[in-house]
Design a protein around this ligand. Structure first.
Ligand code: CO
Length: 128
């Protein structure tokens, strides 16, 4: 497994994307509205940054920003067998946010682990 992306919650994905593109020499490679978010991916060469901007206050990311403010939201690891990765996490006693893999942004298949069992880090498994 290796790092796929770091997710960042923001109220303004477009301007943060422009800043990150310049700061990190990263190319904006994907943008879409998905599940109450404007999502933007920047390619760093060996990993991505995923910017998450809520489309409204009553969305998952809208509520997250309300409570925590902008900043790092999750870390995503890529696997070529997300079912096996989830089964392994379950076996290790890690609470799952998603009991089953589901569709994520960019057509990816994703599942989140609960941060209470992963050192306070919201972990995403992603397969694509
Ligand atoms: Co993500």
């Amino acid at each position: 497994m290796r790092l796929d992306h770091v997710g960042v919650a923001t109220q303004d994905a477009a301007s943060l994307a422009a800043q990150y593109a310049s700061l990190f020499d990263a190319e904006i490679v994907h943008e879409e509205e998905f599940d109450g978010m404007n999502v933007c991916f920047l390619d760093l060469g060996n990993a991505y940054l995923e910017l998450l901007e809520p489309t409204g206050e009553e969305t998952t990311i809208g509520r997250y920003l309300d409570e925590n403010g902008p900043g790092m939201h999750h870390v995503a690891f890529i696997t070529d067998d997300i079912e096996a990765a989830l089964a392994n996490a379950r076996e290790d006693g890690v609470s799952l946010v998603d009991e089953e893999p589901r569709e994520g942004a960019w057509g990816h298949t994703v599942a989140f682990l609960h941060p209470r069992d992963t050192g306070g880090v919201l972990v995403e498994y992603v397969e694509h």
